[in-house]
Design a protein around this ligand. Structure first.
Ligand code: Q46
Ligand code: ZN
Ligand code: ZN
Length: 318
């Protein structure tokens, strides 16, 4: 297989685009495409500060590397969840630290959940066997990412790729969760002073493409999944979608892009009170109040889910 641009041996064949490229041309193609999506979906402007949430994995470190190469003021945020199982948090932080050492211009902020809030994610999860570890963890991460982005006056960027987005979409569609469907998008503008704008610049790349980018750029990333991810439904949905992709080239991309088109046309709005004539923002259709403790918007009365979680945790300590 040869590169479409220069006829050298190709390192990757992107069947959904009918495009095979050599390393050099692939490393030119990925940033150009990313820049195109940033502009097309109005994710952020060149002068803005971007906070990239990094986990030590290939997607987030590649995104950070790429945004720095494109000349963005991109800072990193690592949330130390305190997952000592299989040494996960320490190994992933070591990968992030190594990236920062090597990459000129990379500035990192670390938020240690246990240090700041008193308990690690596994400790919290052990105290709440009725709740899934990943949903607790997701709540804590989303809150810290939003707060840190606000503090830094930044747009929050995450490394979600197409495989991630398509798996979540499949899950939402299987349960017809129209609220989630309305809020699944490559960019979520800030609709409240306490909500940062959020963007997913890699949302159109397959996972194998972000992995290829990381390898070709010499980024050392953590291969192991978080030990709590084992058996996660999204992994199962990813497998299903890969089987579909094996039978039908470009199926994952089509599935997601067709959803975005339907969403833009107001397809899911018919279930909401304000009708299909407007594209909703992230909070529309929801009754939003402000959390008594932290001021973040919340649909719950009194405290937001994050503050409720820690209030209970504090009471348990006391
Ligand atoms: S880190 Fe947290 Fe993930 Fe680990 S506990 Fe689950 S949500 S799997 S992306
Ligand atoms: Zn080439
Ligand atoms: Zn709160």
């Amino acid at each position: 297989m040869r590169c479409r641009r220069c006829s050298k041996p190709a390192v990757i064949n992107m069947r959904q685009h009918k495009l095979a490229l050599c390393g050099e041309h692939f490393l030119g193609w990925i940033p150009a495409q990313t820049q195109r999506f940033i502009k097309k979906y109005e994710m952020f402007d060149p002068g803005e500060t971007i906070l990239v949430a990094v986990s030590g994995g290939k997607d987030s470190l590649s995104l950070w590397d790429l945004l720095l190469s494109l000349g963005y003021e991109a800072r990193g945020l690592y949330i130390d969840l305190g997952i000592s199982e299989e040494g996960y948090s320490s190994s992933s932080l070591a990968k992030v630290d190594r990236f920062v050492e090597k990459r000129e211009g990379a500035r990192l902020k670390v938020v240690d959940v246990k240090e700041v809030y008193g308990k690690s994610i596994p400790q919290l999860a052990r105290e709440r066997p009725e709740q899934k570890t990943c949903s607790l963890c997701g709540l804590v991460k989303r809150y810290i990412m939003n707060e840190t982005a606000l503090e830094e006056g930044a747009v929050l960027a995450t490394g979600h790729n197409l495989d991630d987005e398509a798996a979540v979409l499949l899950q939402n569609v299987l349960h017809w969760q129209t609220g989630y469907l309305l809020r699944q998008a490559p960019v979520l503008p800030s609709t409240h002073p306490r909500l940062a704008q959020k963007a997913k610049p890699f949302f159109r790349f397959y996972e194998r493409e972000t992995a290829a980018y990381a390898i070709l750029r010499g980024i050392d990333y953590i291969y192991e999944e978080c030990p709590f991810a084992t058996g996660a439904t999204t992994i199962f949905y990813k497998e299903l979608l890969n089987r579909l992709e094996g039978r039908s080239r470009g199926a994952k991309l089509q599935f997601y892009l067709s959803f975005l088109r339907a969403r833009e046309k107001g397809f899911f709005l018919r279930m909401l009170p304000f009708g299909p004539e407007r594209i909703p923002s992230v909070n529309e259709g929801l009754e939003l109040g402000e959390c008594e403790r932290c001021g973040q918007p919340t649909t719950a009365p009194g405290l937001c889910a994050f503050c409720r979680l820690w209030k209970v945790a504090e009471a348990e300590v006391g």
